[in-house]
Design a protein around this ligand. Structure first.
Ligand SMILES: NC(=O)c1ccc[n+]([C@@H]2O[C@H](COP(=O)([O-])OP(=O)(O)OC[C@H]3O[C@@H](n4cnc5c(N)ncnc54)[C@H](O)[C@@H]3O)[C@@H](O)[C@H]2O)c1
Length: 378
């Protein structure tokens, strides 16, 4: 077993949503050791949390600049190798940029930045750095999502006609109707979240899932947002018509006010020969539908699955694996890349996905604000 990769964490403290997913995922395949961190901006809380989860406190730093300064003083064999950026969106760009400029590998949460311009600057920094950069579109790590990608690549659906991706949540519903409460949520603050809430936070996952599974790129789109209140600057619901090449059309539906919905990400891809349907809340069932044959259900861990899918399963078929495992599969791909081992390019989303995602988010806002007009993506 090679030595563990030294992992740094920025954000993701005990008060966060996503921190636990990354911490558990990084441990699942025994590849990483959390070596240093700035879990949150309050130094006392930061140290307290490190003690709570048993991370040595000598490399818990008071802020990000100190993290870089102190780590760069250490010899390369001791220095943190890869750092996960798990803060609110507006900190992704300055943190990831400085990490790349100083030669670190980076695992970054989505959306990659808050603007397309920042995303392009980050792309340049990444090209210069030549290190690994991964974007955690978590859902690409599910074995059945990977199976869809490989089967579509092999022609299982034939020519694709129509794609319908939806990501419905309801958690903003109890918050949005109260102006005072609204201002306590960073996802509704453009200074912290960027120009979009619904499309920036979850629509972008649906966008990524479409491009990841089909290998096709969205060329243009038309978006209609709902802000629900005049004084709310951030979309909380939206519908996006999409056009891809070769007469492929579809729709991305996103909502944070879909009452009662939890984490309802789902995709249907209809082709001339067959169709796929997959739902995040039941991730181990991939439905292959046809006009002439009974519906088939693909499940993880069976020899009929592709190598990319099987590589994302650790237990025999019938032992359900879920979102922690999906994120762990992304960390596994990054570990292989850092160690210079062979890996499939579907094992983790890249800088390219990050730039595409920011292009998508900006295009949706431009379309809506331009009067619901068609906007070309770059
Ligand atoms: N991949 C996914 O499916 C997924 C799911 C949820 C969230 N996310 C993304 O993860 C990121 C974090 O989201 P969240 O819901 O965990 O947010 P959160 O508000 O729950 O947690 C943010 C964490 O960052 C810390 N933090 C804030 N400022 C900091 C600073 N200057 N230095 C260090 N730490 C700081 C906070 O203390 C907190 O621990 C967002 O970009 C979000 O879009 C991704």
């Amino acid at each position: 077993m090679p030595k563990k990769i030294r992992l740094g964490i920025l954000g993701g403290g005990g008060d966060s949503l996503i921190g636990v997913l990354h911490r558990v995922a990084s441990h699942i395949n025994d590849n990483y050791q959390i070596t240093g961190a700035v879990f949150n901006p309050d130094f006392k809380e930061n140290i307290g949390f490190a003690e709570e989860i048993d991370v040595p406190t000598n490399r818990i730093y008071k802020d990000f600049d100190t993290f870089i300064e102190e780590e760069m003083k250490l010899p390369k064999e001791e220095r943190i190798q890869v750092c996960s950026v798990l803060t609110p969106n507006f900190l992704h760009f300055p943190m990831a940029k400085k990490l790349l400029d100083n030669g670190f590998h980076v695992i970054c949460e989505k959306p990659m930045t808050t603007t397309l311009d920042e995303a392009k600057i980050l792309q340049e920094a990444h090209q210069k750095a030549g290190t690994i950069f991964a974007l955690t579109h978590t859902y690409t790590g599910y074995p059945m999502v990977r199976q869809m990608r490989e089967m579509i690549k092999a022609g299982a659906l034939g020519k694709i006609h129509k794609i319908d991706a939806r990501y419905y949540q309801g958690w903003i519903n109890p918050i949005i109707h109260d102006k005072a409460q609204r201002s306590t949520v960073w996802r509704l603050d453009p200074k912290k979240a960027g120009i979009s809430s619904c499309m920036g936070d979850i629509g972008v996952h649906a966008f990524n899932l479409i491009e990841y599974t089909t290998g096709l790129e969205i060329k243009s789109l038309l978006c209609d947002f709902n802000y629900l209140y005049e004084d709310n600057q951030m979309d909380v619901d939206g519908t996006v018509l999409i056009r891809m090449s070769d007469y492929v059309k579809g729709v991305i539906r996103g909502s944070q006010v879909a009452t009662g919905e939890e984490n309802g990400l789902a995709i249907s891809i209809y082709g001339e020969k067959a169709a796929f349907r997959w739902e995040q809340e039941r991730p181990n069932f991939l439905y292959k539908m046809s006009d002439t044959e009974p519906t088939q259900i693909y499940k993880p861990g069976h020899a009929y699955n592709s190598e990319l899918s099987l590589d994302g399963t650790k237990l025999p078929a019938g032992h359900p694996e879920g979102i922690f495992d999906s994120m762990a599969n992304i960390y596994l791909g990054v570990a292989k890349a850092i160690r210079g081992e062979a890996y499939n390019d579907g094992e983790y989303p890249t800088m390219h996905d990050g730039v595409r995602g920011m292009n998508f988010i900006e295009a949706t806002v431009a379309s809506h604000k331009g009067g619901n007009v068609w906007v070309d993506m770059e």
